[in-house]
Design a protein around this ligand. Structure first.
Ligand SMILES: [Zn+2]
Ligand SMILES: [Zn+2]
Length: 218
């Protein structure tokens, strides 16, 4: 399997230095052709991970919110500024520029707040899977039944998650304002895992996401 983003060490989670084939912190040879060759093929565990409130998820969310706010503030100055300079908004209409600025700040603020919104958490079982590709849409559907007998339907645009979840798998939906992630109870037979923060596809033998540095729930 090819994993392209190498920003963080998959073994210790620290940031990797470009040009150094070894992690500076733990010595892991991340650039090697088969970096996990000494780790057992199925290192996934059975049971719920205890890391769902890890400090790195908090930092990931904080960075995400900072980027949204920087964008909103930049646009709030830039767009009205350009419109004023190019004469698209005349001096007498400068209130339009103010309204535009307030609008960008408002959108930024609402998006930043929604990043930390909590959802419904549940535990359930995969009861059915359906490959809808023949219906013309490139969609895969999985049906879950929660412990309180509510049906949850999830659609995926690729087959990776569709293949990842098997019928009768026990799963837990984490939606705690830090991560929105479906964790499998039994990962002992898996070769892959997804990052709960950025959804990056990782080798199950890794402990951290190499794209964002968050711990893997395995
Ligand atoms: Zn390392
Ligand atoms: Zn990640």
């Amino acid at each position: 399997m090819i994993f392209k983003k190498h920003l963080f060490c998959p073994v210790c989670g620290n940031r990797l230095k470009k040009g150094n084939p070894l992690c500076e912190h733990c010595g892991f040879a991340w650039a090697a052709e088969n970096p996990f060759k000494n780790v057992p093929e199925t290192s996934g565990r059975t049971g719920w991970s205890s890391l769902k409130c890890d400090i790195r998820f908090k930092k990931y969310k904080r960075d995400h919110i900072t980027i949204i706010l920087i964008w909103a503030i930049s646009l709030a100055f830039l767009i009205p500024g350009i419109l004023l300079i190019t004469g698209n908004i005349s001096k007498d209409e400068s209130w339009v520029a103010v309204i535009l600025a307030i609008m960008f700040l408002g959108i930024g603020f609402v998006s930043a707040v929604s990043v930390r919104r909590k959802g419904t958490e549940w535990v359930g079982t995969v009861i059915d899977k359906y490959d809808n590709r023949t219906a013309g849409s490139n969609r895969y559907t999985i049906y879950f039944l929660t412990e309180d007998y509510t049906q949850v339907i999830k659609n995926y645009s690729s087959n990776i998650k569709y293949d990842y979840f098997k019928i009768s798998d026990l799963v837990r939906m984490h939606d705690n304002g830090l991560i929105r992630y479906l964790e499998k109870f039994d990962k002992s037979q898996d070769e892959i895992i997804f990052c709960a923060a950025c959804n990056y596809l990782m080798d199950i033998r890794a402990d951290y996401c190499q794209a964002c540095g968050c711990p893997l729930l395995k």
